[in-house]
Design a protein around this ligand. Sequence first.
Ligand SMILES: [Cu+2]
Length: 314
Amino acid sequence: MENLGGLFNPSSPEMEAMAGLTYYTIALCLVILGIIVIAVAYIIIRYRKKPGDDGEPYQNFGNIKLEIVWTVIPIAMVAVLFLLTCSTMKEVDPPAGDRDPDLVIIGHQWWWEIRYPSSGVSTSNEIHIPAGEKMLVRLESIDVIHDFWVPELGRKIDLVPGHPNYIWLVAGKPGVYLGACAEFCGDQHANMRIRVVAEPEAEFKKWLDGQLAIPRTPTGGIAGEGANLFQTMACMNCHTIRGTAAAARVGPDLTHLADRDTIGAGVLTNTPENLAKWLANPQRYKQGAFMPNMKLSDSEVKSIVAYLEALDEQ
Ligand SMILES: [Cu+2]
């Protein structure tokens, strides 16, 4: 059942409420279907034309009692569904503007910028949260409409330019929950994946502290060369590496890139070899992505990989 998605594997109180509502609705529909099938079968048999019958059977017009019954019952059913839906919405939707968000998720073509406003941490595509804790998330978009969806954890929600939306993000137990952009947003929409990593509180704190660390810039060796290249090439214009002059937000924050599981919102697993492949030609793995082929030589790629990996070894 692992990969059957949210309805079969709800992993947050919000998703449990939504799955519960779905099950109630399906159960009610099945009961109605059963009653109708039985009634139709009974009527077909009981009132079928028998030998000797002639003309129309008895017609029953304007029976007020009957009409009241078949109006009131459906209204009652709709009322029940309405109330169940209201209570589910109350469970699922956070009160907007109640407090500052714990997390801000910003959609870009075609990656997710993840910010933790209280600590200033910024990462991409991979969302760490403490398991069991209710995180208030504000969702924004920098360009077009995207849609955040991690099926096991809850509802879909659009990221609309100029109009922030809010959700709760909760994972009942530790684990990795996968999601994707669920609103077509251009060429690489399919490669706009989400990983939610829910960890026990202590591990989450450790991760957050690791992210807060400002790495020293290596000065010697090939990592030092990489740092120089990064500083002198256009990388600076699009990326942030804290502790250096690079502070742009066109692409992901690379300060703790080596900590992430994937590159390019899921197109490659994050290993030094794959990082080298990505740097050599990102367009080969994510055609149309807004990181150009930087036409780096093999040795430049090697130095930059050494630099980016060195940032997390301190
Ligand atoms: Cu998208």
